[in-house]
Design a protein around this ligand. Structure first.
Ligand SMILES: Nc1ncnc2c1ncn2[C@@H]1O[C@H](COP(=O)(O)OP(=O)(O)OP(=O)(O)O)[C@@H](O)[C@H]1O
Length: 274
């Protein structure tokens, strides 16, 4: 499976080279400060996990990387060059593909149509040139099969696939179209154990094919299964920034569960009982 992803991954990717570097990045929406002082690096062949509760700033961080919102402080570098995206197209042109939780798929359209959505193969360069339907069907079918993603029929509407399968199709699609960085927005949030496992497997496969992966989640168990680097956001600030070798799953879980706050609360509650 990993070899298959490597077939399409950008051959210029070198393990560990920094693809995205954020330095003291911040974002304000008018008077509301959603993020501040964020340092984050995404290396090729690595998964950087961004954890945080509701309102922590995860979506804002994704939006900065994917070109939906510009940052208002600090610097963002892609492949060593400073950028300030003003549209998702610009981010995509830099090889950054974002797979949103509520996948931008058209439920009633066939799996193959969704695989090529926005990048359709046409028999000519003019806008209304006929679609190369047979070729697109074959490519989508082959690519998904090669990756071990089984769909009964490539012509079935994508809405009939499970949530996990849809995430996998979206990951396969991003890799096929040559993404260098893959941003996954809470890909396992709405999934059961088995389906989460499948999505985590493809996340690891994209990493092993050399892509830099940003894995957004509030689940430390899922993060720890695939992550090389972990950052935890709280109220727009980074409260933990550690390499895998520096943190255990227990520490990550405790920090996510608000370990320090819980300890303080327990102390206060005990004091009131005395
Ligand atoms: N467009 C906006 N305008 C004003 N405030 C915003 C906007 N988007 C986000 N915020 C604020 O920024 C903060 C961070 O929000 P963000 O959506 O990035 O968090 P999150 O970690 O993704 O949370 P969730 O998991 O609930 O989506 C919140 O206080 C939120 O209210």
């Amino acid at each position: 499976m990993t070899d298959t992803l490597s077939d399409h991954a950008d051959p210029t990717l070198r393990k560990g080279e920094p693809l995205i570097e954020m330095n003291q990045v911040g974002k304000s929406y008018g008077a509301i400060r959603a993020l501040s002082g964020i340092n984050l690096s995404v290396g090729a062949g690595e998964v950087t996990c961004v954890l945080g509760d509701n309102g922590a700033g995860k979506s804002t961080l994704i939006k900065i990387m994917s070109g939906l919102h510009g940052h208002t402080e600090g610097s963002l570098k892609v492949d060593g060059k400073e950028v300030h995206f003003s549209s998702p197209r610009e981010s995509l042109d830099h090889g950054i593909a974002t797979v949103y939780q509520d996948l931008a798929v058209v439920g009633l359209m066939e799996v193959w149509r969704n695989f090529f959505l926005g990048s359709e193969l046409r028999a000519g360069n003019w806008p209304l040139a006929p679609l190369k339907i047979k070729e697109m069907r074959e490519i989508a079918d082959t690519e998904l099969k090669k990756m071990g993603i089984t769909v009964k029929d490539i012509n079935q509407p994508i809405g009939t696939l499970s949530g996990g399968q849809r995430q996998c199709v979206a990951i396969a699609r991003a890799v096929y179209f040559g993404a260098r960085v893959l941003i996954l927005d809470e890909p396992t949030a709405a999934l059961g154990v088995k389906q989460s496992g499948v999505v985590l497997k493809y996340t690891a496969a994209a990493r092993d094919a050399g892509l830099g992966v940003v894995f957004i989640t509030h689940n430390p168990h899922h993060a720890y299964l695939v992550g090389n680097h972990f950052i935890i956001l709280k109220l727009g600030r980074c409260v933990l920034d550690k390499h895998r070798s520096e943190v255990t799953l227990e520490e990550l879980t405790a920090e996510m569960a608000g370990g320090r706050e819980l300890a303080e609360l327990s102390h206060e509650l005990q004091a009131t009982q005395r």
